[in-house]
Design a protein around this ligand. Structure first.
Ligand code: MN
Length: 202
């Protein structure tokens, strides 16, 4: 089964004013679609063409040399963006509760401390990439990756990821990545992040 572009779970304009409708439409319909199409083209006719995107990304060392980079970039892009749409929402923001809220408090001190750490990792990522909250060995950790590399390939379970490629924010924020990151926390869907946390630690 080739990979498929997932539907955006809300309207293009649902995240305004933090993220404008045109950015969302181009990002989902063109950028994410291109990752899906390019990953499918790279994997077609190989032993991996029926594998899940998670199987592919956790076994990159076994992907044939000639397509490994295309698969890493494009299957990674597909997986990362699929997570990204889910961890945002029109009723976002606020603070997480439950087990995730408790784990954030004990690991980082407070939600504000966590946000600062995730945003800082995104600001410091030179060029294009992502900043992440992951579960690693049962514990929360913050990391960033270049390009479309995904922490999934490093054996962690990403539960929140913010795209810091310019295509994610340039129309609304131009070169001001810190302003985009600050605004992003107003669209975070903590319920989705909590569900991922609970699945990762169970
Ligand atoms: Mn993107």
């Amino acid at each position: 089964m080739p990979f498929e572009l997932p539907s955006l779970p809300y309207a293009f304009d649902a995240l305004e004013p933090q993220i404008d409708a045109m950015t969302m439409e181009i990002h989902h319909d063109r950028h994410h679609k291109a990752y899906v199409d390019n990953a499918n083209a790279a994997l077609a006719g190989t032993a991996w063409e029926d594998s899940s995107v998670e199987e592919v990304l956790t076994n990159l060392d076994q992907i044939p040399d000639g397509i490994r980079m295309a698969v890493r970039n494009n299957a990674g892009g597909h997986w990362n963006h699929s997570l990204f749409w889910e961890v945002m929402g029109p009723d976002g923001g606020g603070d997480p509760g439950g087990a995730l809220g408790a784990a954030i408090a004990s690991t980082f001190g407070s939600v504000e401390d966590l946000k600062a750490k995730v945003s800082d990792a995104g600001i410091k990522r030179f060029g294009s990439g992502w900043t992440w909250l992951v579960v690693s060995g049962g514990a929360l950790d913050v990391m960033s990756t270049p390009n479309q590399d995904t922490p999934l390939s490093e054996g962690t379970r990403p539960i929140l990821g913010i795209d810091v490629w310019e295509h994610a924010y340039y129309l609304g924020y131009q070169n001001k990545r810190p302003a985009y990151l600050e605004a992003w926390w107003n669209v975070v869907n903590w319920d989705a992040v909590s569900a991922r946390y609970e699945a990762a630690v169970s």
